[in-house]
Design a protein around this ligand. Structure first.
Ligand code: ADP
Ligand code: MG
Length: 476
């Protein structure tokens, strides 16, 4: 039988606020355990939560960026469960009335665009962390993370393959960073995913029973976990079994998912509105204000790069993958004052290649956009050839000198004096009568030999176009 995969993702994005969602404690990552948890985060009796305005603002920014409905009135609810890293015995979240509802995000897979629905996005607080490694037979609790603001973004079950799920997750990751509402650091858990996966016979209307794979924190693992889970479910169904609705864990070492708890064991959270918090009112004026401040979004930027710089889909995607990348590229274009095509090929080719090799991000590039632009200017005005430019690039990478300084110091200027080139050509022709004869008798390939000889004699500094033209003239 042919099976169809159905996937819906719940993504937790940690909002980039300085303080927690209901207290003034810092959200900075990596502090010694329990140094950033105040009485509110610890759930002491008598304390009251106060909502962080910035977190609300960021949720609205997100909602507007995915063209969602922003609830004018939303409510915080208590989600009750017991766990050692949840001191209050409940998590403050949103349930029936989330702040963001009904938006969408477009993904591209194999050149085909597809719209994925976003059901809702709600604000909630993170829990603390249980630490097992350093405590033999015991569990340590670090409550620094307790109360950190999260935006939980819930998709419609619109994805049909692990590839689509990864594309969606990447799009979302790109977007929250563009919006500067989340740092996107997946190693530190700032952006993590629960994947809901089911399969159904191709053509069937109803969805199959799903499993939810919890807390996956890399794109690669999301893809692997889903692929494993799909195989597991198909295997069960083809052997006459049934899928149980359950929560599963992905074990990256073994590349498999394992059951955590089934639906029957699932908690009854007894959600109810939190009496300590007022409803959240989003005024029309806030929406207007945010709309005016919204940056150019990734999709729009990509389209503009395609139109303005004549880039294909793949190149435009690459150059707009982060705001930093796009800004770098546009600074090169602006300062180089040459054809965008030259900028594109140098940024995507030589520069990104070198950064990749060195394991560096664009923001850590040893060559700033302005310096690279200086180099491209010298290619464009024929001061140096593309080949010599690679040499200059290497020098620039090592130090702080500009292209002109290096060209001057190393005497790399292209020889434009045709008289000087002519002398060299005449000598090469005189010294190689056999090759001249071969060429004149129709062996066109020998032409390359002459070009090579001239370039060698000029240490690559002769203008290749000029050399070609002059050689053609002489070898008649
Ligand atoms: P819950 O309340 O248990 O979290 P939701 O209805 O909110 O369940 O759905 C959670 C996520 O699971 C959503 O992203 C949704 O798209 C996805 N989902 C729901 N049903 C299925 C299914 N049959 N197969 C795959 N994903 C599903
Ligand atoms: Mg859920």
């Amino acid at each position: 039988m042919e099976w169809e995969t159905v996937i819906g993702l719940e993504i937790h994005a940690q909002l980039a606020t300085k303080s927690k969602i209901f207290s003034g404690a810092s959200t900075a990552y990596g502090a010694p355990p329990n140094t950033q948890a105040c009485a509110v985060d610890l759930g002491f009796p008598g304390v009251l939560p106060v909502l962080n305005k910035q977190a609300v603002r960021m949720a609205v920014i997100f909602g507007m960026a995915i063209e969602a409905e922003i609830a004018p009135y939303s409510v915080f609810a208590r989600k009750n469960y017991f766990y050692p890293d949840l001191p209050k015995g409940y998590q403050i979240s949103q349930f029936e009335l989330p702040i963001v509802g009904n938006g969408h995000l477009d993904i591209q897979v194999n050149g085909v665009s597809k719209r994925i629905g976003v059901t809702r996005a709600h604000l909630e607080e993170d829990a603390g962390k249980s630490l097992h490694e350093d405590f033999h037979g015991l569990t340590g609790i670090d409550l620094n993370r307790a109360g950190t603001p999260l935006l939980e973004i819930v998709s419609e079950p619109d994805m049909r393959s692990a590839k689509e799920a990864v594309a969606y997750m990447k799009k979302l990751h790109e977007l929250v960073r563009y919006l500067k509402i989340c740092d996107g650091n997946m190693q530190e858990g700032s952006f993590r995913c629960d994947a809901n996966v089911s399969v159904r016979p191709k053509g069937q209307q109803e969805f199959g029973t799903r499993a939810e794979i919890k807390n996956i924190n890399s794109f690669k693992f999301v893809e692997k976990a889903i692929n494993f889970e799909v195989e597991r479910q198909i295997d069960i169904l083809e052997n006459g079994g049934q899928i149980v609705q359950e929560t599963r864990l992905y074990d990256a070492d073994k590349d498999e998912t394992r059951s955590m708890r089934s639906k029957e064991e699932a908690n009854d959270y007894r959600y109810f509105p939190d009496p300590d918090l007022l409803p959240v009112i989003v005024e029309e004026s806030l929406k207007q204000e945010i709309k005016a401040e919204l940056p150019e979004l990734p999709e729009a930027k990509k389209q503009r790069f395609k139109d303005q710089y004549q880039q294909d889909e793949e190149t435009a995607s690459q150059l707009t993958a982060t705001m930093e990348m796009a800004d770098y590229y546009e600074r090169v274009v602006k300062n180089a004052n040459c054809e965008a095509k030259l900028c594109t090929s140098w940024v995507t080719g030589t520069l990104l290649g070198a950064l990749n090799k060195a394991g560096l991000e664009i923001s850590d590039s040893p060559i700033e956009a302005e310096r690279l632009a200086g180099l491209l200017q010298r290619i464009a005005d024929n001061t140096i050839s593309g080949k010599i430019a690679k040499q200059v690039f290497e020098e620039m990478w090592q130090g702080n000198a500009g292209a002109d300084e290096i060209i001057e110091a190393k005497g790399l200027k292209q020889i434009t004096d045709t008289g000087a080139i002519e002398v060299i050509i005449d000598k090469i022709i005189a010294d190689n009568p056999a090759q001249v004869e071969q060429y004149l008798s129709g062996k066109d390939k020998v032409f390359g030999f002459f070009v090579g000889q001239v370039m060698k004699a000029t240490q690559g500094k002769a203008n290749p176009g000029e050399v070609n033209k002059m050689l053609k003239d002489k070898l008649k």
